[in-house]
Design a protein around this ligand. Structure first.
Ligand code: SAM
Length: 233
């Protein structure tokens, strides 16, 4: 097991997920770059988004992921998140059919009710991946896809940077961050029963450098990764 503390170069004060996102909510939408996750979703060839009937959006946050899904033809989306303030923003956005305050590892959503389970930018907050992949499997109907977009472990390790935000007082605050090697994802996903269908890695490129010029030293380093899993029947 790899621990973030072995790589931490920032030493920020660390808070738990609900505390962190409860405060970050004020500036979250302005600080998360679409190139991190939505650009990877744009590149996937599987699933065919217009064929999806009902999606479970795990760690739905303010509804960025669901907004992208709606724009790409997904007609019905249920969201789960454990931070009430993030859910309030999602509710105001109105892109979900249902919003539930809960944990992605035990959502309370119906078994086998979804042909897409998606979780974007949440895995680094989970100490273990297997409970997430097990719950996604439970929610998925036969043939369903599970799309996971993650903060790349290489980038967390190379930069020593946790998921963090700037508080109202200007302090940099870390949200509890765990490093999952790509093989941790593969082992957990396969162990839960999933078959890997597609995988893409996003690197620091011109799109990134136009919004983060200071990242020139990380040019071409992988910063995020998308995995598409299938529940083969
Ligand atoms: C970086 S945000 C991502 C939100 C959204 N998917 C997006 O791409 O903008 C991470 C979200 O995951 C939620 N989260 C983290 N761990 C969770 C857990 N175990 N169960 C439910 N939600 C969780 C946080 O509350 C936060 O809203």
């Amino acid at each position: 097991m790899v621990h973030f503390s072995d790589f931490d170069t920032r030493g920020y004060r660390t808070v738990d997920v609900a505390t962190g996102y409860g405060q970050w909510v004020e500036t979250y939408e302005q600080t998360v770059e679409d190139v991190m996750d939505l650009a990877l979703l744009d590149e996937l060839t599987d699933p065919r988004w217009t064929s999806v009937r009902r999606a479970a959006d795990l760690g739905c946050g303010t509804g960025r992921t669901a907004t992208w899904l709606r724009r790409n033809g997904v007609p019905a989306i249920d969201g789960v998140d454990l931070t009430p303030e993030m859910l309030d923003r999602a509710r105001a956005r109105g892109v979900h059919d249902r919003l539930i305050e809960g944990d992605v590892r035990a959502t309370g959503l119906d078994t086998g009710a979804y042909d897409l389970v998606i979780a974007s930018l949440i895995d680094e907050h989970l100490p273990e991946l297997r409970p997430f992949y097990d719950e996604a499997w439970r929610l998925a109907e036969p043939g369903a896809a599970c799309v996971v977009v993650a903060f790349h472990p290489h980038f967390i390790m190379t930069t020593g940077m946790p998921t963090h935000f700037t508080s109202g007082t200007g302090e940099s605050v870390a949200i509890s961050t765990h490093v999952h090697l790509l093989s941790d994802h593969i082992t957990a996903g396969l162990g839960a029963g999933w078959t890997l269908a597609e995988m893409r890695e996003g690197v620091v490129d011109e799109r990134w450098l136009s919004v983060k010029p200071k990242w020139e030293r990380f040019r071409h380093h992988p910063v995020s990764v998308a995995m598409v899993w299938r529940k083969k029947v």
